[in-house]
Design a protein around this ligand. Structure first.
Ligand code: NAP
Length: 271
């Protein structure tokens, strides 16, 4: 029995176990995916312990995405971004990847959206905004980052080639943009939206990283405005798909993982 898992704090609401275990079943891999919640100052012990227990792979979430980098070998992309969300323990030292970037890029690919040459507005400057800004920039989009705390937007923009930054009021650039990414937690378990509805238009692709609920008020308003929408479950799916591929060396059963993920997200809504 192989063991994979997730470390973070908290991780109780993770949707990853059913998604990954559906993939193991589909590929006849005898494995389990377990969530672990080490205390915030126990990162090194958690990584050493996972290696000693022959855990094959770990996903990493808040607050450990930067802290784990000291104890593993980040691949060049994860090193450039400064965050790791997937660790492969089959190498010595373990290798760290950032599959959040793939999560964003593959979500757009899946919807046949060409990013090269587009203008994108990213709302937020936290972990997801960072992954999204690098993903879109690497794909040839020009990026504006608008964040409530402006200095954080400025700091992120300095790391992303050609990006500009401003406070939340600069989200009005959405009116002339091709892509809008909500990388804030606004809309999570609420009907709030990160941008006024009047900024939305039919030539826009709106990607909402929030996936609880899957159909956020922002996405409902975007659809009503005639925009193309991509929900946050696609990013969650594809970061998991890429992690599975790093760990097993096999193509992931994407449809199976998507069905399992969406079922667990809908189960939650049904209570
Ligand atoms: P984070 O690092 O904590 O960043 C949160 C961002 O939201 C910050 O830019 C923060 O602005 C902004 N924000 C929070 N409340 C706000 C408000 N009321 N008005 C305006 N801005 C506000 O979080 P994260 O890890 O990037 O996650 C962001 C969201 O993405 C969360 O909802 C999370 O559930 C979701 N997520 C999705 C995936 C996926 O795969 N789809 C993966 C991870 C996370 P300040 O800088 O001003 O505080």
């Amino acid at each position: 029995m192989d063991v994979y898992g997730l470390i973070g704090n908290p991780v109780t609401h993770s949707r990853s176990p059913p998604m990954h275990e559906a993939a193991y079943d589909a590929r006849d891999i005898t494995a389990r995916y377990v969530t672990f919640e080490p205390s915030k100052d126990a990162v090194e012990a958690a990584i050493d312990g996972a290696a000693a227990l022959d855990i094959k792979g770990l996903n990493v979430t808040i607050p450990f995405k930067q802290a784990v980098m000291e104890y593993i070998d980040p691949d060049p992309l994860a090193g450039r971004i400064g965050a790791v969300n997937t660790i492969d323990f089959e190498t010595e030292p373990p290798t760290g990847y950032n599959t959040d970037i793939d999560g964003v890029q593959r979500a757009f690919d899946h919807h046949d959206i060409e990013l090269n040459g587009t203008e994108a507005v990213v709302i937020g400057a936290g972990g997801v905004a960072r992954a999204a800004a690098f993903a879109l920039s690497d794909a040839g989009a020009s990026i504006h980052i608008a964040n409530r705390t402006e200095p954080k937007a400025t700091q992120l923009a300095q790391a992303v080639p050609g990006a500009t930054a401003g406070g939340l009021q600069t989200r009005d650039r959405v009116e002339s943009a091709d892509i809008l990414i909500n990388a804030t937690s606004v809309g999570m378990e609420s009907t709030e939206t990160p941008v006024p509805q009047t900024h939305l238009h039919p030539n826009l692709v709106v990607f909402d990283a929030v996936y609880t609920p899957v159909e956020t008020t922002l996405l409902q308003q975007a659809e009503a405005a005639g925009a193309t929408t991509i929900d946050g479950a696609w990013m969650l799916l594809f970061q998991g798909v890429t992690a599975f591929e790093h760990w097993t060396g096999e193509a992931a059963p994407v449809e199976v993982m998507n069905a399992a993920l969406r079922e667990t997200l809908w189960d939650r809504l049904r209570g």
